[in-house]
Design a protein around this ligand. Sequence first.
Ligand code: DQA
Length: 143
Amino acid sequence: MKVLVLNGPNLGRLDIRDSSIYGDMNYAQLVSQIESAAKTHGFVADVRQSNDEAEIITWLHEAADANLPVIINPAAFTHYSYAIRDAAEMVKAPLIEVHLSNPLSREEFRHTSVISGVANGTIGGFGPNSYVLALIALKALLS
Ligand code: DQA
């Protein structure tokens, strides 16, 4: 089964972001880890990244129309994009929010997620393994 794995702004630049927060993996390595974990758990991952809120919304519409499960790291949009929240709400297949870091242990503005309320669950703080854990959770939700 196909799963859309959507990544928000600045995640494509992991190579130059703070490695003490986001780890040492660059974006290409993250994508390949997600693709291989997806295969292990019986999924084909379509992994995408955009800095553009509108593009992420369009991808969520695509998931809603095709009834595709979604794993989404909305990055900074997590904290304020009601438009992404509304689009995520239209996805009826499972939708899991992930974060590389643990936003709750960071600055106060990161303690709010406007997405969590429409996600099946949220996984954060495990680096790239947050995505792997989300794939395992997704498999359980779909079985
Ligand atoms: C993030 C956490 C967000 O607060 C931040 O804006 C990001 C990445 C994470 O994966 O830890 O860009 O979503």
